[in-house]
Design a protein around this ligand. Structure first.
Ligand SMILES: NC(=O)c1ccc[n+]([C@@H]2O[C@H](COP(=O)([O-])OP(=O)(O)OC[C@H]3O[C@@H](n4cnc5c(N)ncnc54)[C@H](O)[C@@H]3O)[C@@H](O)[C@H]2O)c1
Length: 249
């Protein structure tokens, strides 16, 4: 018996980084994984690399796609695990310089898409049982580590996590969040500050310097896998830093 035998799991952001590792790990541990990402080519590589993964590419900012994703996953059987991993950073734009477009994009990917998936799956899981793991960030625990939009989105997903955990805590649903520190992925493509916001980036350096140790994506994925498993059956509403000690400084 493996940890996730007889489990249907949806994993977002599965073409790269933490989502990719999570999809592969859950499949290796017995789950049937419905993996999604906007990067269709990257996702196809992951599905080819590991059996048990069905690739359903699409953009999570599209509500109709989210409806179709859940319908396709439910077609395979009852979904009982949701890992909301997909996310984008915000180039460290402080509130005085953030545009509406960047704000909306970051909220839509990092917060609205997980909410939409939870909206569809929580009622189903309330009856049949299920576990949701949301990927927040240490930027969800304080005011440093990113710009205004990203920090707000990660505080937001922690609020959503606690709301679900408490409101549905007397049903079969559990909902927890992990807060990675620096992790070796491709997120740097949306994390490099431009010259005009360098002052805000430099202002954060003392706190960023406390995060000395970066993680491999597998070190975050293994925590997600555990929280999604029956081994964590009484763990609900936890917001867990997985940061090598950064936030204990
Ligand atoms: N890497 C870090 O240092 C770090 C630290 C804290 C939190 N996180 C969080 O971890 C999660 C995973 O990030 P990662 O580091 O693995 O980054 P990554 O860039 O390697 O992977 C993110 C994935 O999300 C996908 N994605 C982005 N926008 C999408 C959209 N609109 N629709 C569908 N897919 C979309 C990307 O295509 C990509 O494959 C994110 O929520 C991120 O905020 C990362």
């Amino acid at each position: 018996m493996s940890r996730h035998d007889n489990t249907i799991a949806i994993v977002t952001g599965a073409a790269s980084g933490i989502g990719r590792s999570t999809a592969i790990m859950l499949a290796q541990e017995g789950a049937t994984v419905v993996a999604t990402d906007a990067n269709a080519d990257g996702l196809a590589v992951v599905a080819a690399e590991q059996s048990g993964i069905t690739a359903v590419p699409g953009n999570l900012t599209d509500g109709a796609f989210i409806d179709a994703l859940v319908a396709q996953a439910e077609g395979l059987g009852p979904v009982s695990v949701l890992a909301n991993v997909a996310g984008v950073m915000d180039y460290f734009y402080p509130v005085s310089q953030v545009s509406d477009d960047l704000w909306d994009l970051v909220q839509n990917v990092n917060l609205k898409a997980p909410m939409r998936l939870c909206r569809l799956l929580v009622p189903l899981m309330a009856e049949r049982g299920g576990a949701i793991v949301n990927v927040a960030s240490i930027a969800g625990l304080g005011g440093s580590g990113a710009g205004a939009a990203y920090i707000a989105s990660k505080h937001g997903i922690i609020g959503l996590t606690k709301h679900i955990a408490y409101t549905y805590g007397n049903t079969g649903v559990r909902c927890n969040a992990v807060c990675p520190g620096g992790t070796e992925t491709n997120i740097a493509t949306t994390a490099t500050p431009t010259q005009d916001v360098m002052w805000a980036f430099m202002r954060q350096q003392p706190s960023i310097a406390l995060g000395e140790k970066t993680a491999k994506p597998e070190q975050i994925a293994s925590t997600i896998s555990w929280l999604a498993s029956a081994e964590a059956s009484h763990v609900n509403g936890v917001v867990l830093p997985v940061d090598g000690g950064w936030k204990s400084a």
